[in-house]
Design a protein around this ligand. Structure first.
Ligand code: ZN
Length: 442
């Protein structure tokens, strides 16, 4: 090889080497994919040692290597969480709280999360992502002062309380056993809350508590000392006839196509569908105005005889065999067939349509979680979202749903929990138990 040939060879070798390096670089770049994506919830800029942070990491294409979390205040930094992954996961979710033992005071802190992936180009800073979140550490729980509230409630009835909270809140309401009744802030700045004494709760177990959680997660509770008046509910026997089953179950056969007999459909409707409807009522109960939309006592279907009452304990029989037990959670009112049904009070239509065991049904929202329910209707004359006035006809009575004969099943709900409607027909009860606490708020 002459001199010229050898220099050409070197040049070619150099170009080849360069191309290989560029190729490797491109390969590494493509293999690394895009940078890992981090999200940190909640977005709030206040926190306490009770705040549950959720860190979500998604590594694109190449797995995660490690991450570390630290918090700092006034130049002092504390590393409090570190994880190294052996299995190169593509995703990781970590729930954590700030370390109480850091001893940081109330005031500004800085939370830093650093995540690394198995990037081939980590030496030029690829595959490393961090988040810095400036937070205010708030360790002072809100204070609750009860202004006014009821002294006693009926089992299966409703109660009300108004109270003041010292700071902005993220969650506020009254807990009764496993039930939670949201409170709503009124013009005065105070909170007002309707709650129920559930019909199935033993009066000795009735221990309502106001629960308030601030934006940083600090919580305060305040027990309400309210006497629960025990109530004896009636026992009732219902015979389920073949005529009733053959007549009614066609409404539900499409929903339970695997069931052969009307009786089997009925058992599922009276149990499963009833429970499902209860859950839906809770959801509808949250869709409520934050101010009262109503005034005065609630209307009762005119010229109607009371049939079944609220809380009736019903045993269901078929051919002499007990097949079910349920509680009746409204009042049945019978007038003429297809009698016009007036809205019990002013409000907004929160539901209008076919609703499981209730058949054709209207639910009117009266605000603050208070709602009235009209069911087994033959026809509905209002649409979802419409404003209605007390006494306005909203439909006609009928036999849809699980109704044996033409009647109105009327219900009252507090945040989706059914209570006795009787209290709401009583002007004196409303004055003493609701308006006394509510009017000073407006
Ligand atoms: Zn009924």
């Amino acid at each position: 090889m002459d001199k010229k040939g050898s220099s050409a060879f070197l040049r070619n070798a150099f170009i080849l080497l360069l191309l290989t390096l560029v190729g490797l670089g491109v390969f590494a770049y493509i293999r690394d994919g895009s940078q890992p994506v981090l999200s940190l919830a909640p977005q709030s800029d206040v926190a306490s040692y009770n705040t549950d942070f959720t860190l979500k990491i998604t590594a694109n294409k190449i797995g995660l290597k490690n991450f570390s979390i630290s918090v700092s205040q006034d130049g002092k930094s504390v590393d409090f969480l570190e994880r190294t992954f052996a299995d190169k996961p593509m995703e990781h979710t970590e729930v954590f709280r700030l370390p109480r033992e850091s001893g940081f005071k109330e005031g500004p802190v800085e939370l830093t999360v650093v995540v690394r992936t198995h990037s081939l180009l980590s030496f030029i800073g690829r595959g490393k992502v961090s988040i810095v979140r400036k937070l205010t550490l708030d360790l002072t729980p809100p204070r609750v002062t009860v202004n006014q509230g009821v002294h006693n409630v009926n089992q299966g009835g409703a109660g009300a309380v108004s109270f003041t909270v010292t700071k902005p809140v993220a969650r506020v309401g009254v807990a009764v056993g496993d039930y939670f009744f949201p409170a709503y802030q009124q013009k005065s700045g105070d909170y007002f809350c309707f709650f129920a004494m559930p019909h199935e709760m033993l009066p000795t177990n009735f221990k309502p508590r106001i629960i308030v959680r601030d934006m940083a997660g600090n919580e305060a509770t305040q027990t309400l000392y309210i006497y629960a008046i025990p109530k004896e509910f009636k026992f009732d026997k219902l015979n389920v006839s073949d005529e009733f089953l053959n007549d009614k179950m066609s409404q539900y056969s499409a929903q339970y196509p695997t069931e052969q007999s009307p009786l089997d459909i009925y058992k599922r409707v009276n149990n499963e569908l009833r429970k499902q409807n209860e859950g839906e009522l809770k959801r509808i109960g949250q869709e409520t105005a934050a101010t009262p939309l109503w005034t005065g006592p609630f209307l009762r279907l005119p010229n109607a005889a009371g049939r079944a009452g609220f809380g009736d304990q019903r045993d269901y029989f078929y051919n002499g065999m007990k097949i079910d037990h349920q509680t009746h959670l409204g009042v049945d009112l019978a007038s003429l067939a297809n009698a016009p049904v007036p809205a019990a009070n002013d409000g907004k239509v929160a539901f209008a349509g076919f609703f499981g065991i209730y058949g054709n049904c209207v639910i009117i929202d009266h605000g603050l979680g208070l709602q009235s329910l009209y069911s087994h209707l033959d026809s509905i004359d209002v649409a979802l979202g419409a404003d209605v006035k007390r006494g306005q006809f909203i439909g006609k009575t009928g036999t849809t749903g699980l109704a044996g004969g033409d009647h109105l099943h009327f219900g009252i709900l507090i945040s989706g929990v059914q209570v006795s409607p009787v209290e709401w027909w009583d002007e004196h009860w409303i004055k003493d138990n609701v308006l006394k606490h509510l009017n000073r708020q407006q």
